[in-house]
Design a protein. Structure first.
Length: 324
């Protein structure tokens, strides 16, 4: 588990200016100027994740927030240990991106009993008591899955015969895997010719995507479409398809989610066919929420990130300025 404490002197910048930090501030205000945030990150599985971590680190620095970042290597038990440590350390605010949706009730109750507000970011938790967290900041994964399905329905509108789809899912039990799968399934119901013939966990990694795709190619003589739950899995699938002597993007259509620079580059080259955006640059919005929670201001229960989707031409247009 990586641990990167970033202790910063209170800087009167960004949200701190709003909090009134500075030399002449009253003691309680000076206290506010130095918010301690414990953040438990999922891991380092994808380009999305690395960009998300960097965004949070930079935004904390800019806001003068003392960030204790702990990276959990994709393991719920590591996240549990990190959050218990934050509770012990009496941080002001806890934020976390839960690797899987369920199994958090007891831990979040401990944070609540200790009077520490919890912000859920990126991935949703499935709790019986929604008062266990103050807000959720992240994308609408169901909408992302739906966009992928709608593109397929449109693309195969005039096609006769079965379209054989394989799905490379994200980490089993995670919110993005569950919701991208259901959004996609809901959208492709519009055309009974669109059939998911196999579906397997690629753990959101390039390696996982390659292995799962290699297996699919062995087991299924005819595959028309790959829906990968993130770019990394799709890029891994490209390698397996090429190793099998087929042309990704031509012999098999590939749809992915994230729209990282590598994903959009493959799309611009015609090796992917459609990419749904999932924005990892959540740091500034997270710090704004942290500041508001700390100072007792009201915040919405859910903050959804604005996103789009790209075809080949759109990818070429945005690539020169893509930040992640
Ligand atoms: O799509 C994937 C990452 O939770 C939205 O996790 C995130 C997902 C993202 O590993 O690349």
């Amino acid at each position: 588990m990586r641990r990167t404490p970033i202790i910063l002197a209170a800087v009167a910048a960004g949200l701190l200016t709003a909090c009134g930090g500075g030399e002449s501030a009253a003691p309680e205000k000076a206290g506010q100027a130095s918010i301690r945030l414990g953040f438990s990150q999922v891991g380092e599985e994808s380009a999305w994740r690395l960009a998300n971590t960097t965004s949070i680190e930079h935004a904390a620095t800019n806001a003068g927030v003392q960030l204790d970042l702990r990276v959990a290597d994709g393991k719920q038990e590591n996240q549990t240990a990190a959050i218990r440590q934050f509770i012990n350390d009496k941080v002001d605010v806890i934020a976390f991106s839960p690797v899987v949706e369920s199994g958090w009730d007891e831990l979040l109750q401990e944070a609540k009993d200790a009077g520490i507000p919890v912000i859920v970011t990126d991935r949703m938790v499935d709790t019986t008591d929604t008062s266990l967290f103050v807000t959720m900041l992240g994308s609408d994964f169901t909408a992302e899955g739906r966009k992928a399905g709608e593109w397929l329905v449109e693309h195969y509108r005039d096609y006769n015969g079965t379209v054989r789809i394989v799905e490379i899912e994200g980490t089993t039990g995670s919110a993005p895997a569950n919701q991208r799968r259901s959004g996609f399934a809901e959208a492709i119901e519009a055309d009974p010719d669109l059939q998911v013939i196999a579906s397997r966990d690629g753990n959101f990694t390039r390696e996982g995507g390659e292995q799962v795709m290699a297996g699919f190619l062995k087991e299924h003589p005819k595959i028309d479409v790959v829906f990968a739950h993130n770019d990394d899995e799709g890029l891994g699938a490209i390698e397996a398809i090429e190793a099998d002597g087929k042309r990704p993007g031509v012999d098999l259509k590939i749809i992915t989610v994230d729209a990282s620079r590598d994903g959009l580059t493959a799309l611009a080259e015609g090796r992917l066919n459609y990419v749904i955006e999932c924005n990892p640059l959540l740091g500034p919005q997270l710090m704004e929420l942290v500041g508001k929670v700390r100072t007792g201001q009201s915040i919405p229960r859910r903050v959804v990130v604005d996103e789009t989707a790209f075809d080949r031409e759109a990818a070429k247009a945005v690539l020169p300025n893509r930040q992640y």
